[in-house]
Each structure stands twice: as C-alpha cells, then as structure tokens.
Design a binder for this molecule. Structure first.
Ligand code: Y39
Ligand code: FE
Ligand code: FE
Ligand code: FE
Length: 240
C-alpha cells in the first residue's frame, strides 16, 4: 500500500502509526538489522571523514569535525537499540556496506578525492537523509528525538560535499560520472536488501527511493549538473 503526497510522506506515515508495536519480536528482529546498518554506517562515515581529512588537508579541521559528529550519531543509535532491548546484528551490517566501503577505500588509496566525496558526502549522506526522514514519523519517541538531531547534521555533511564539488565542477565532472556509474547501482541493491525489514518498521521502499532521488537530484543540481544529466545520473542502475 503506497500513497504518496508531495511532502514525500505516505498516508500510513501521516497517520503517525498508532499501531506499531515496538516491543513485538517481529519489530525487534527487523530492528536488529536496520539499527546495525545505521550504527555500522555511522562508524564507517566517521572513518571516511578522517580519511578525507588526510586527503583534503586544507579542510582538515572541518572534516575532523564532521567525523566527530558521525561518532556521536553512532552512540545515539546504539542507545536507540538498547532502549528497545535489541542487539544489533553488526556482522550483517558489515556485509551490507562491504562493497561501498571497499570502493571508498580503493578510491582513497588512489587519491581519488572526487570519488571519495561522491561515495560518502553525496551517496551515503543522501541515503542517510532519506532513511532518517522516512523513519522519524514512525519511530518510537526515544529514537525520534535522536534521529531528528542526527538528520540536521547529515544535511551539513551533504553540503560540504556539494560546496567542494561545485567549486571543482569542471575538472571533477568525468570522475563524478564514472563514480556514479560504479556506485549508484550498489545503493539500489542495498535498498532492496533492507526493504523487507524497513517495511516492518513502517518505512516504505517507494518512499525511501523517492526521498533519495529528491536529495541526490538536488545535490547534483547544486554541484552544477543540468536537468538532463541529473535524470541520467540519478536513475543509473535503478533497475539493477
Ligand atoms: O553520513 C552518515 O551518517 C551515514 C552513514 C549513515 C548511514 C546511514 C545508512 C542509512 C541506511 C538505512 C536504511 C534503512 C532503511
Ligand atoms: Fe504498504
Ligand atoms: Fe551520521
Ligand atoms: Fe553524515
């Protein structure tokens, strides 16, 4: 069941889910994976910004500040799991991020700053913003407060990537195209992998896809891509 409004919220979400049983085994089982994904994602984001601080020494202080925010996010989401008495399945989450993580690390080794920024500051941040936006209306009260604080930070991380890539747009264009082609299909696969668990949390896949496309399209536009490029780039691998 899916009814979309211009806000990107589904009818289910507008009803504010009075019927979610956060204590049910079904909910907690799904939460053990989604919560782990978020914890592992925040941990990897922390490491990625530290790596970017090495690669982009003129923005070292800013990037270290972002990496510290990511560790705080991780602590917040660990508390959300504890609050529901859920043990996060971190092995599952490591697997979930493995491909994107590996691509980031290879790019970092090769000094490909543009690719690193596309993976972390555009793709992963947009994925996080979409997920957190969709989660907030259906979260338990404790997790909602934490997530509302976190999502504000994620917009500032996305903004860092946008500003840098906008300033280096012409010389980054070709690498952005290639990095998008390699990494965006992975995100759609990740979304498919988590869709059933997300549904249990009352987060609809269609809403996640839509919010991601809006964030990512806006980011590409802010960097300097035209509408035609944005359509082509943001749908890449959507049917993979
Ligand atoms: O920059 C960040 O903080 C991002 C690392 C965090 C990743 C969040 C990943 C969210 C995907 C969750 C999918 C649940 C449906
Ligand atoms: Fe539905
Ligand atoms: Fe974060
Ligand atoms: Fe972030």
């Amino acid at each position: 069941m899916y009814h979309i409004f211009r806000s990107g919220r589904t009818m289910q979400q507008l009803a504010n889910q009075p019927d979610i049983d956060f204590k049910s085994e079904t909910y907690k089982d799904a939460y053990s994976r989604v919560n782990a994904i978020v914890i592992e994602g925040e941990q990897e984001a922390h490491e990625n910004y530290l790596k970017l601080a090495e690669l982009l020494s003129e923005h070292k202080d800013d990037l270290i500040r972002l990496s510290k925010m990511e560790s705080r996010h991780k602590k917040g989401f660990e508390a959300c799991g504890r609050n529901l008495q859920v043990t996060p399945d971190l092995e599952f989450a490591k697997q979930f991020f493995a491909q994107l993580h590996q691509n980031f690390q290879i790019a970092a080794q090769e000094g490909k700053i543009v690719t690193c920024l596309l993976i972390q500051s555009l793709i992963i941040e947009c994925f996080a913003i979409a997920a957190y936006n969709i989660y907030i209306p259906v979260a338990d009260d404790f997790a909602r407060k934490i997530t509302e604080g976190v999502v504000k930070d994620e917009y500032s991380h996305l903004n860092f990537g946008e500003v840098w890539l906008k300033e280096h747009f012409e010389e980054s264009k070709a690498e952005l195209e290639e990095a998008n082609r390699q990494n965006l299909p992975i995100v759609w696969q990740m979304l498919n992998q988590v869709a059933d668990d997300a549904e249990v949390l009352a987060m609809e896949k269609e809403a996640l896809v839509e919010d991601f496309m809006i964030q990512y399209g806006e980011a590409l536009s802010n960097i300097g891509f035209n509408t035609r490029d944005i359509m082509r780039l943001s749908a890449y691998g959507l049917r993979a």
